[in-house]
Design a protein around this ligand. Structure first.
Ligand SMILES: Cc1cc2nc3c(=O)[nH]c(=O)nc-3n(C[C@H](O)[C@H](O)[C@H](O)COP(=O)(O)O)c2cc1C
Length: 175
């Protein structure tokens, strides 16, 4: 019998109203075109039910306030901390500024990863820290970041190739 692989469905969750994060969220969605069914979800109006509709999630956040999550993600943390995320596969992308905030580079990604892991999610989309220069990061796991690190301020010219390579990796890592 002919077996047809179902199209992967992926929720991309980020703030539609922030400048750089939303630009990268759109680029990620474009890079999945033709290989997955993608739905973009604004974290500013998210609910727990909406979040839990997806088995594959890409979540994007900047780091604000010297090592903190932006308000919109921060407000959703109490819901996230109650969720059972077993069986969910989650990839994170983060916006940060390694020269301006070298002691807290990409901390927002680390904060979300810690919550998702504690709730049982399987994290994918780790990337090498090679080519970045900073002092410390909550998103660092050995020689990897637990997500994609985008720095518009000092490495904006690398965004396109970083996004493309990352999405190719996710196509294999998402179920
Ligand atoms: C007040 C302020 C605090 C910031 N704190 C951090 C930080 O702690 N770590 C970091 O990596 N980037 C930090 N950044 C840089 C932003 O994360 C970066 O500019 C990001 O691209 C902003 O994305 P957005 O336009 O989607 O908000 C900070 C920026 C501002 C303006």
């Amino acid at each position: 019998m002919l077996k047809i692989n179902p199209v992967k469905k992926i929720g991309i969750v980020y703030s539609f109203n922030t400048n750089k994060t939303s630009k990268i969220g759109k680029k990620i969605a474009d890079a999945f075109e033709g290989s997955a069914e993608v739905e973009m979800v604004n974290v500013e109006d998210i609910t727990a039910d909406r979040f839990l509709q997806f088995d594959n999630l890409v979540c994007g956040t900047a780091t604000w306030f010297d090592g903190e999550l932006p308000n919109h993600w921060d407000e959703f943390v109490p819901d996230l901390e109650e969720m059972d995320l077993k069986g969910k596969t989650i990839a994170l992308f983060g916006l940060g500024d390694q020269k301006g905030y070298p002691e807290n580079f990409l901390d927002g990604v680390g904060i979300l990863a810690e919550i998702f892991e504690a709730r049982g999610a399987s994290m994918v989309g780790f990337t090498s820290t090679e080519g970045y220069s900073y002092e410390s990061s909550r998103a660092e796991r050995g020689d990897q970041f637990c997500g994609l690190a985008i720095d518009y301020e000092s490495q904006g010219s690398l965004n396109k190739e970083r996004v493309t390579a990352w999405v190719e990796k996710l196509k294999l890592e998402f179920k």
